[in-house]
Design a protein. Structure first.
Lengths: 489, 480
């Protein structure tokens, strides 16, 4: 049962084959057994979770259930939830209890889904390995000595280890897609503005976007129906008509033009990953796709641009964590400045501090034009690259990450190597486009482990339904997405 | 050497919106600390700003009132600095692209023969949020933070360095104070901090076209203090330069107790605010039709009303100016005329007795115990000859004291003029009989004696006789 999709579990709930309380308890039992090692969840509150499940059962009994009613969902600990401790993976918020609900929490509550717990993440979503979390690193269920990716590493590991049926993530530079790739999941970052950022603790406001992490594209379509929609509390939320993301799932793919950016298959891409991705593309040809060679010439600039803009926004977004109103405050301090310095020095981890420093530097008088302004100009060029590419193709495919999951500690002391994990995902955030990763097969590691490889699918603005169609068609003819890691039974 | 002072102002006007600029929390003044601090005011994790369109309307109104350019696209920026009353660690303001661009205002400086008009250029006006307040000493050894004010909308209005004296600066500030209340965007309450001025002052040798180094006097919340602060600062700068010193750019505070200004921080210690466009807010787009909609709601502006008063009521330029000095005065005057009063008489009464009483009691015209219609009913009794001007003054005093309406006071005090010619003739006869000597003098050609006889007749009638009739009858009797 644990390997069933949201769709299948939903049908069981509607058919009264199982209750939400039973299903939820099953996942809670698995969490009790496996989470102490995997560490995918930071905070659990069984009482709250089960009371939500009971409520869902009453909705189902009254015939008021919808697609996700009664389904237990892991919520990334970046989303503020009323009455739930919300840490964002930081010591700074170790004791912070949310006094209100994020938009995404409200939306899942609204359809009677069950909040199973708050999932681990890199501190303030800054990292690609989940190693920067104050609450400890997360194991990759496919090889416990490896990282799950990040920053939504807890959500990815939770779904991969079947500790929940699906989870939410957020993606600022690849934080949904890269862990989805490393953990063998489907993950989607929507077009910027489709999902509200209200209640999602900000890292880089102009890039942050929440999205689903699940076992299949069909499940992600169901979650997208819940997550997206206008929210007047977020000024960057787009006021568009609601879409049904399941509507095109079964459309035939024949004639779809798939663009392969040459920059995504160049130096830096692991040969084992390239092989799997190429095989997946061959599968798409069989499904009737037409392959087009394209170029995204500014790809190499996306990492430097991102590491100017994201830290700049973060340095300002994280200023509110000052120890004055909530969050960590140093026990001993002299004057006000000392209180700020000690509280922030103690409350933030090394990677967060690094990014605050970089961000503060690039916004400083005398450097703003050379860094921030220049980066904004290049950001526009990167968006234009995609605009031009989409004149030649309907959808873009390539690798999600340059490598499979790496060993914990392997890149922890080399920030630049870590940043390169996001070389294929970051440009999508900079352009505000939707991007998705789906399982495309496995690569064998040197030590004989079978490690998942993700295929990235990038769509044009608001083309999520087509992307999900593209992924679903592939998942109808392959079974990579249904395979489970060993040792999680 | 003769020196010239150069002054520019930055004024923070608190906009009269019901809710804050980026959240739905109330902006009411004087509530218990932190009772008007919603999740956005507190800058909790995950909250986002949403622009209050009422604040934008206020900015457009101001732009229209000073004939300014209203930017079709302006940008909110973050001004980053740490302070406990600044909950986000940055203030949302506008930096490179403000909502209101260049405009101008005409001010009147001085009075009487020395009065002159001057155009003051507005550089820009931008929207921003206010910070909270630090409360020291409420608890032993601790500082408290009250975030009720955090997020209150402000329009910061910046002038060119166009003013050349404390008097001009004060005239501008007063005029601006009147204007923002006139167009209904600010309550003008200076005690509560709704209207605060920062004054940039520099001096230079007269005739020079180079600006001297300026010092900024922060947070002046009274016109009297502004006058004192500028005068002190100007002479301090001149003395410093004449003693061979130099002026360092600095921010200074005015101490009303000593009448002195003192530097609070120099430029070297100034913050680097790291301004950048706020990614949580879209650029503010204002269309021609948005501006048109606000224009339709705009009240008649003082300049237009002044011209209308001159043309429609035949008022003198000076009078029209005085009557349009505030919306309250203008509304009061118009209401008095609309209630049937002669316009020139109404103007005289509003600028004369009413204004004198208000000044003496430190009241706003809206607090006048005599309503415009009550004043009109008094003036009508002068117009129709029921009472004399002198009697009217007594009636006015009694009305002000709350003794009733004009007619009942005239009645109860017996102030009605006697216009019965028989009664007046009788009085005149008595006076002539009793003052034979004066009559002789008049007949001998002493014109003054006639006035004395009128005076006697008025006295005999206890001031109630209609003076015009007394004159007429006396003339007839004396054969003059």
């Amino acid at each position: 049962m644990i390997n069933k999709s949201l769709k299948q579990l939903g049908a069981m709930l509607q058919g009264k084959e199982i209750s939400s309380v039973e299903l939820t308890q099953e996942f809670l039992n698995r969490i009790d057994r496996l989470n102490p090692e995997i560490n995918a969840f930071i905070t659990l509150d069984k009482e709250k979770t089960l009371s939500q499940a009971k409520h869902a059962d009453s909705l189902l009994a009254a015939g008021k259930g919808t697609a996700l009613t009664g389904l237990p969902i892991g919520q990334k600990d970046i989303f503020v939830a009323k009455g739930w401790r919300t840490t964002c993976g930081s010591k700074m918020l170790e004791t912070f209890v949310g006094p209100y609900d994020a938009d995404i929490i409200e939306r899942f509550d609204g359809v009677g889904a069950v909040n199973l717990g708050k999932t681990n993440m890199d501190e303030f979503a800054m990292g690609s390995s989940n190693e920067t979390s104050y609450f400890g690193k997360v194991q990759n269920p496919w090889d416990r000595s490896r990282v799950p990716g990040g920053s939504s590493g807890g959500s990815a590991a939770a779904v991969a280890a079947r500790l929940c049926a699906a989870a939410t993530g957020t993606d600022t530079g690849g934080s949904i897609r890269q862990p989805a790739s490393l953990c063998g999941l489907s993950g989607l970052k929507p077009t910027y503005g489709l999902a509200s950022r209200f209640g999602m603790i900000a890292f880089a406001s102009s890039l942050d976007q929440s999205g689903p992490m699940a076992k299949s594209c069909e499940d992600m379509a169901l979650m997208m129906n819940v997550i997206t929609g206008f929210d007047k509390r977020d000024s960057t939320s787009l006021n568009r008509e609601k879409e049904d993301y399941t509507r095109d799932l079964n459309k035939p793919l024949a004639g779809i033009k798939v663009g392969l950016p040459k920059e995504y298959f160049a130096e830096g891409l692991g040969a084992d990953v390239a092989k799997v991705v190429n095989e997946a593309i061959a599968e798409y040809k069989k499904l009737g796709a037409e392959i087009v060679d394209i170029s995204l010439p500014n790809t190499q600039l996306s990492i430097p641009v991102y590491y100017v803009l994201a830290p700049a926004e973060a340095s300002s977004n994280l200023s509110r964590f000052d120890g004055v109103r909530y969050g960590h405050r140093a026990k001993e301090y002299g004057d006000l400045m000392d209180m700020y310095c000690k509280s922030r020095a103690e409350g933030f981890g090394a990677e967060v501090k690094r990014r605050i420093l970089i961000g503060t530097y690039v916004l400083s008088a005398g450097y703003y034009d050379a860094y921030y302004l220049k980066a904004q100009q290049i950001r526009r060029l990167i968006a234009q690259d995609f605009e031009n590419a989409f004149k030649q193709c309907d959808i873009i495919m390539g690798p999600t990450a340059p490598s499979t999951a790496f060993k914990a500690g392997e890149k922890a002391d080399d920030p630049v190597a870590m940043y390169l994990q996001d070389i294929y995902t970051i440009a999508v955030n900079l352009a505000g486009l939707p991007g998705m990763s789906i399982p495309a097969g496995f690569a064998q590691s040197a030590d004989g482990k079978r490690l998942p490889v993700g295929l990235q699918i990038i769509g044009n603005y608001f083309d999520e339904a087509r992307m999900l169609n593209t992924g679903h068609a592939y998942q109808q003819v392959t079974d990579w997405h249904t395979q489970m890691p060993e040792g999680i039974e | 050497m003769e020196w010239e002072v150069v002054i520019g102002l930055e004024t923070h006007t608190q906009l009269q919106t019901k809710t804050k600029i980026f959240s739905g929390a109330s902006t009411a003044f004087g509530s218990e600390p932190n009772t008007q601090a919603c999740v956005v005011s507190l800058a909790l994790p995950g909250v986002l700003p949403v622009l209050n369109q009422e604040a934008v309307k206020c900015a457009i109104k101001f732009g229209l009132a000073v004939n300014a350019e209203i930017a079709p696209r302006s940008v909110f920026a973050r001004k980053n600095y740490f302070y406990p009353d600044l909950p986000k660690g940055y203030q949302i303001s506008q930096y490179e692209l403000p909502v209101v661009g260049k405009g101008s205002m005409t001010i009147q400086v001085g009075s009487g023969d020395k009065a002159y008009e001057k155009v003051i250029n507005i550089t820009r006006a931008h929207l921003e949020e206010d910070a909270g307040k630090s409360v020291h000493g409420a608890q032993e050894g601790m500082s408290g933070i009250d975030l009720n004010r955090a997020g209150t909308p402000l329009l910061e209005i910046v002038t060119e360095p166009d003013m050349r004296s404390a008097a001009e600066a004060v005239a501008y500030a007063k005029k601006l104070h009147d204007l923002v209340q006139w167009i209904g965007i600010c309550d003008g309450n200076m005690q509560e901090g709704s209207f605060r001025c920062d004054v940039n002052v520099s001096v230079r040798p007269k005739g020079s076209d180079k600006l001297g180094t300026r010092r900024e006097i922060k947070n002046l919340n009274s016109f009297k203090f502004m006058q004192q602060a500028i005068e002190y600062e100007t002479s301090w700068q001149i003395e410093t330069l004449e003693d061979g010193g130099t002026i360092q750019q600095a921010t200074v505070l005015f101490n009303p107790d000593t009448g002195e200004t003192r530097a609070m921080r120099s430029k070297e210690e100034a913050n680097d605010y790291r301004y950048f466009p706020d990614p949580d807010l879209l650029p503010l787009a204002i269309s021609e039709s948005d501006i048109g909609a606000v224009k339709a709601e705009m009240p008649e502006l003082p300049e237009a009303m002044k011209a209308r008063f001159e043309a429609q009521y035949g008022l003198a330029h000076y009078d029209a100016n005085a009557l349009t000095s505030s919306r309250g005065t203008a509304d009061y005057f118009v209401a008095t005329v609309d209630a049937g009063s002669d316009a020139k008489l109404a103007a005289n009464w509003v600028m004369g007795s009413v204004s004198a009483k208000l000044n003496a009691e430190d009241k706003e015209i809206s607090e006048s115990p005599i309503s415009p219609s009550a004043l009109a009913s008094l003036i009508k009794r002068i117009q129709d000859g029921t009472i004399s001007n002198n009697a009217a003054k007594q009636v006015f005093e009694a009305m002000w004291a709350g003794e009733g309406d004009a007619d009942s006071i005239i009645e109860s005090k017996g102030l009605k003029q006697v216009s019965d010619s028989g009664a007046i003739e009788a009085i005149v006869d008595e006076v002539l009989a009793a003052n034979a000597a004066m009559v002789e003098e008049f007949k001998a050609g002493k014109e003054k004696a006639f006035n004395a006889l009128v005076g006697q007749a008025m006295k005999a009638s206890k001031g109630k006789a209609n003076p015009a009739q007394v004159n007429e009858i006396l003339k007839k009797k004396l054969g003059a």
